[in-house]
Ligand binder design. Sequence first.
Ligand SMILES: [Mn+2]
Length: 239
Amino acid sequence: MAKPRIGITMDYVTGKPHYMLPWTYAEAVEKAGGLPLMLPYRSDLSQVPHYLDGLDGVVLSGGDDLDPSLFGEERHAMARAVDPDRQKFEFALLTEIERRATPVLGICLGSQLMNVHRGGSLYQFLPDMDRSEPLEHRRIGDDWGARHGVSVEPKSNLSHLLGKTQLECNTSHKQSVHKPGHGLRVVATAPDGVIEATEDPSFPFYIGVQWHPERQNDEADHLKLFQGLVSAATRRAGT
Ligand SMILES: [Mn+2]
């Protein structure tokens, strides 16, 4: 049987004409039973429908920060602009994904992209967010091990997929959803109120998470996100 084909958007190496993607994204898709395929963003945007013709699902990967003028703000001094070509490609890709209801998992930047694409806004620098008992959500130095608890909404596609409402997640982000975009439901939060996941329940699979499940793909809870995407992609490929 053909494996569901899962496109993964790529990042870049700053200052070099190179694409870049941590191995764990493709590893997680493969472990979940999908065929991972990388999507080069320096493409003519007319290629976007052709890419999606050949895909059953998509992972929007992590990266630098979106242009805040998209939600009416000046760039924060601590924000780091994503390559405008990558931003342009991924918005075009997401528009076509939604038009076709292709299953999609957004990770970190990917989840922020989903939100801004729907007219929502972001906190550009979480340390500035007013919270009681704030957590540090950023990766500080070389410590990739930081984690916090996440509470998942009981009646959500995410909790249905995970089979639980409490989760331990890694955290290496300075931005997150502020105002949720049209049609998006907040389905997970950190103990300090930071939004950690959103979904659009009207789509077969449309989930954005602020943590990095690909880096924890050796843990059942986190691999489940990729398994859910691959299952939805398989159902789609079968129709
Ligand atoms: Mn976090």
